[in-house]
Design a protein. Structure first.
Length: 511
């Protein structure tokens, strides 16, 4: 079986900077046996597991990072305890304990690794009887055809050294095994590649200095520059950053490529449109597992991203909503039932739609059949709702079950929705931002009741009002926060309240 050794330092990834006052001695490389360490790495502290066990944490030492190079193959081994103790001591460690737990279950691990492999173009891999054994170091490869695979494996299983075995079967390449590799297992000819990768990785941790003012916590704000309709514009992101710094955070803007780095932070603020089968949910879930304060949390994302859940929960709890039916077929029986329940037009929605994408209006039976059939190709269940026209929708922002902002979003010109998609462009209507105390009581009460069903995160509740009647349309996790729109009334205080909530949650955790 041929071996491919991948040099995987992360010099091409932006890494969290640290304070000027923090010396490189705050990064410790922990090995099983210090006598087996032969390399000279400038500024790095290499210690044995026994030393880490008995002499750390050091009193008065600031933030500490641990790279665990011990053998982690066995449950309750020294390597396992190294990561476990690091997390108990508040140290940032690679690999984290949840990664070791994942790797201990080969069935789960192979499913996760296979999902990564499915995203990779493997046409350049040459088929052999024995397959390939890949050694992956820290997430970057000098082999162009395997660069993405190495990085994705590192993101999914953040370990200093990974070994994956690939085999070609009748239907393509498969991952047959994947495991963490200890430093002591490396052969002599692997050492130069390993040392180079290690140096690249550790140097990147101190690439650019932070301001001289010491921050109490580290916050990551996830954004995606490629997103067409991001929940926050650049100006809002700048204001969030300034607000967080005033509260006591050091802030870094991260992107989808930074999944493996989450354990460097204390808090994660998602500012990219969320979805379940998407990296945003994986970021939120990993952050939660790593003990970060994350807004919005994965449970909120799960609940808000599926309108079937929302409709069922609202009905059970007595939240006022438009008349709704859940549809699984476009046959004549289903159409007859819809026509008996609704007058035309009928609104059809994919359960995980956002920004008006996947929402259609059927004007007659043929239109209903055609659009329902189209949507059912994308989802097994579709929501059918009565059509309620209003000039605007209320959007009530709620944070930790308290009103944060209130807006009226007006329908796009000549359209029945706030957003109008077509011809490569997205149009939207205007808005009006109001103080929350001017919101009609029925609207505010419905917003607060629906938010409590979801959790205690940051939500945007969409409500239609017709006279004295109100109807909750949906609850959005990760709501829009744009400069000059949602912050128009209270200005930067909007961002200060959000960051203060992050700080409150960290304080309550004793961090």
């Amino acid at each position: 079986m041929p071996a491919i050794f991948l040099n995987c330092g992360v010099s091409d990834v932006t890494v969290n900077p640290v304070n000027d006052e923090v010396s490189m001695s705050q990064l410790y490389l922990v090995v099983d046996d210090i006598e087996g360490w032969e390399h000279q790495l400038q500024g790095q502290a290499v210690i044995s597991f026994e030393t880490y066990l008995t002499e750390h944490p050091v009193k008065g030492e600031k933030k500490t990072r641990i790279i665990n190079l011990c053998n982690t193959d066995q449950y309750l081994s020294k390597g396992y305890y190294c990561s476990l103790l690091a997390e108990a001591r508040g140290h940032k460690v690679m690999p984290p304990i949840n990664t070791l737990t994942d790797l201990s279950s080969q069935q789960l691990t192979l499913v996760m690794a296979s999902e990564v492999l499915e995203e990779i173009d493997t046409d350049e891999l040459v088929q052999t009887d024995d397959g390939y054994r890949l050694r992956v170091y820290f997430g970057r490869t000098e082999y162009p055809q395997l660069k993405i695979l190495a990085r994705r494996l590192f993101e999914r299983f953040p370990c200093p050294i990974l070994e994956a075995v690939l085999m070609h079967a009748g239907d393509g390449w498969q991952v047959r095994s994947i495991r963490a590799v200890a430093y002591a297992e490396l052969e002599t000819d692997e050492m130069p590649v390993f040392v180079d990768a290690l140096e690249r990785f550790t140097k990147s941790l101190w690439r650019k200095p932070r301001s001289s003012k010491s921050a109490r916590w580290d916050m990551a704000i996830l954004v995606n520059p490629e997103e067409q309709l991001p929940p926050s514009d650049k100006s809002a992101i700048k204001r969030m950053t300034r607000a967080a710094e005033k509260i006591g955070f050091a802030v870094e803007i991260i992107g989808p490529q930074d999944y493996a780095r989450l354990n460097e932070f204390d808090a994660l603020f998602l500012r990219e449109t969320t979805a379940i089968d998407h990296h945003t949910y994986r970021f939120a879930r990993k952050a939660e597992i790593e003990g970060l304060v994350v807004i919005d949390d994965p449970t909120s994302i799960l609940r808000c991203c599926n309108k079937v859940f929302l409709q069922d929960a609202f009905t059970y709890s007595g939240v006022p909503t438009p008349k709704t039916r859940i549809v699984s077929s476009s046959n004549d029986v289903a159409l007859d039932e819809l026509e008996a329940a609704f007058e035309y037009p009928i609104v059809l929605k994919i359960p995980n739609s956002a920004f008006s994408v996947g929402v259609m209006k059927a004007e007659d039976r043929e239109s209903l059949r055609q659009k329902l059939s189209e949507l059912l190709k994308k989802s097994a269940l579709i929501l059918a709702q009565e059509y309620l026209y209003t000039e605007y929708d209320w959007r009530i922002g709620v944070l930790n079950n308290r009103p944060l902002f209130a807006c009226r979003y007006f329908m796009a010109k000549g359209h029945w929705q706030i957003y109008k998609h077509g011809e490569g462009r997205v149009g939207s209507g205007g808005w009006e931002t109001l103080p929350t105390y001017e919101v009609p009581k029925a609207v505010l009460d419905a917003a607060m009741k629906s938010a409590r069903i979801i959790g205690d995160g940051l939500y945007g509740i969409d409500i239609k009002q017709q006279g004295n009647k109100v109807y909750v349309i949906e609850v959005n996790d990760n709501p829009s926060l744009e400069h000059g729109v949602e912050d128009e009334f209270i200005g930067d205080e909007l961002y200060m309240q959000i960051m203060a909530e992050f700080a409150r949650r960290l304080e309550n955790r004793g961090r």
